[in-house]
Write a protein that binds this ligand. Structure first.
Ligand SMILES: [Zn+2]
Ligand SMILES: [Zn+2]
Length: 297
């Protein structure tokens, strides 16, 4: 697959899974795709993976042998739609000189190791992660802390309103920024001032728009939001573009295209994320920088 690297200097996003809760499959899900959450972020050449839903298998196949020796996977939280793809990520099979590092921010500083040791073990799973060829490291932090990596890159984090907690992330590179805000249920009052400050003036916010407003009335307390609340938050915080994400498995292409049309009537730069869709944000100040360029592979 042509990876369409637009620029080594760009901040790039590619969606590998956009469904919440569980996969969707069938001819009515072709345009938006069926995998659960996984997003590739590139700060220049530097790879970050957000979440390890089933979409991470497609990302791993795309990376192939070109995967970095160390892959950093930033987890929003450990619900199964966000971690179930981890053993199917190809770099875990490439040898013991490969390292997979996970980062988890909603366990009061604890890493995901104990949870993974329970989930990926008999009788729930045939093998344990430490039986895979790659070396795993699991890191814990408290959402709200800034993550600093050995190459000097930093990633902002923020706690999100979700059962058991979740972590939002803010990536920045060459004057551009992208925020990942899923899974989240909007709060009252809304927009939440702390969250609005965290995402302020971002070029793109990826936001949990799982439910329609009608569905939400039946699903309060389940930890998810609507595109309308995403637009409210984006507008209040000066966010330039909005990608609705973590969409309901029952929302087919016809439903989502109609919802997208309604949303674009109130925020023209908003869209519903499609699996394999890529976005390249050129460095701020450069000629082509004023508009996010979207390419669907
Ligand atoms: Zn989820
Ligand atoms: Zn969740």
């Amino acid at each position: 697959m042509n990876r369409r690297v637009a620029s080594a200097d760009a901040l790039q996003v590619r969606f590998w899974g956009v469904r919440g809760s569980t996969c969707a499959s069938g001819p009515q899900y072709v345009e938006f795709g069926g995998h659960t959450p996984c997003v590739e972020i590139r700060c220049g050449e530097r790879l970050f993976v957000i979440d390890a839903g089933t979409g991470i298998s497609a990302l791993g196949a795309s990376l192939g042998m070109d995967a970095p020796a160390k892959v950093d996977i930033l987890l929003s939280h450990l619900h199964i739609d966000h971690v179930g793809g981890l053993p199917f990520f190809k770099p875990t099979l490439l040898g013991k000189d490969r390292t997979i590092r996970t980062y988890c921010g909603n366990l009061d500083g604890e890493s995901a190791k104990a949870a993974f040791d329970r989930l990926f073990a008999p009788p729930l799973f045939p093998i344990r992660l430490d039986q895979l060829p790659a070396h795993f490291e699991h890191h814990g932090f408290k959402a709200g802390e800034t993550l600093t990596f050995e190459d000097g890159l930093t990633v902002g984090t923020h706690p999100l309103n979700h059962p058991g907690g979740a972590t939002g992330y803010r990536f920045h590179h060459r004057g551009r920024s992208v925020c990942y805000i899923s899974d989240i249920e909007h709060s009252d009052p809304w927009p939440d001032p702390g969250l609005a400050a965290f995402i302020r003036n971002a070029d793109l916010m990826i936001y949990d728009g799982m439910f329609s407003e009608t569905e939400y009335t039946y699903c309060q307390g389940w930890g998810h939001s609507t595109w309308q609340k995403g637009v409210e938050l984006a507008k209040a915080a000066g966010v330039k573009a909005l990608a609705i994400f973590h969409v309901l498995p029952g929302h087919d292409d016809i439903f989502l295209k109609a919802a997208e049309k309604d949303m674009q009537a109130v925020m023209p730069t908003a869209f519903i994320a499609r699996e394999r869709q890529g976005i390249a944000l050129q460095p701020a100040g450069e000629a082509a920088a004023d508009k996010a360029k979207t390419a669907v592979a």
